[in-house]
Ligand binder design. Structure first.
Ligand code: HEC
Length: 156
């Protein structure tokens, strides 16, 4: 009896650990493609806002809002929306992911990590209000977007 309880408890702990380690897949394939396309569209909007600020009149509040949005999305685990079975399919439109994104796991992880690091840097300099530093770091974030797109995104 005691042994059975022990085994059951161990299994329960095992289940909890497993669900923490692997982030839960939510939604249908179509939803996942939509969500990731929406996240990237929001990134694009935020980058455009920063670009307008570094090339025109610099509004610190706007830059901070946009940089924080980029940083949040960089840590939102967008990669979890690229589940097997979503290499092809339609969200808001046909997916533009290259199949290599699912097979070159090391390359994909590196691209996400570079983007996260640069996004952290952008949020940091945005908070200082230093326009020149924001401009330089904005360039680095843009390079990290491009770095991933060159390898893993089908250009229109
Ligand atoms: C780690 C890889 C990666 C990074 C980093 C990345 N992207 Fe993308 N991006 C993709 C992939 C893959 C798609 C295609 C998604 C799909 O259609 O399923 C995409 C799609 C897009 C789209 C098209 C959205 C649509 O469907 O209308 C835009 C715009 C975009 N990204 C902008 C950006 C910007 C701006 C950044 C940086 C701030 C960025 N991306 C960073 C991989 C990346």
């Amino acid at each position: 009896m005691k042994l059975t309880k022990f085994i059951l408890a161990t299994c329960a702990i095992g289940l909890v650990t497993a669900s923490v380690a692997h982030s839960q897949t939510v939604g249908k394939a179509e939803d996942q493609i939509r969500w990731r396309q929406s996240a990237f569209t929001t990134l694009s909007w935020s980058m455009a806002r920063i670009k307008a600020n570094v090339n025109g009149e610099f509004n610190k509040e706007q830059v901070v809002q946009a940089a924080n949005t980029i940083q949040t999305l960089a840590h939102a685990n967008i990669s979890s929306l690229f589940v097997p079975g979503t290499a092809k399919g339609k969200g808001w439109k046909n997916t533009e992911v290259k199949p290599e994104f699912f097979t070159d796991k090391e390359g994909a992880a590196k691209a996400w990590a570079t983007f996260s690091t640069e996004a952290d840097g952008l949020a940091k300099v945005a908070a200082t209000g230093d326009a020149a530093a924001v401009k330089a770091q904005f360039g680095k974030v843009g390079q990290s977007c491009k770095g991933c797109h060159d390898k893993f995104h089908v250009e229109d």
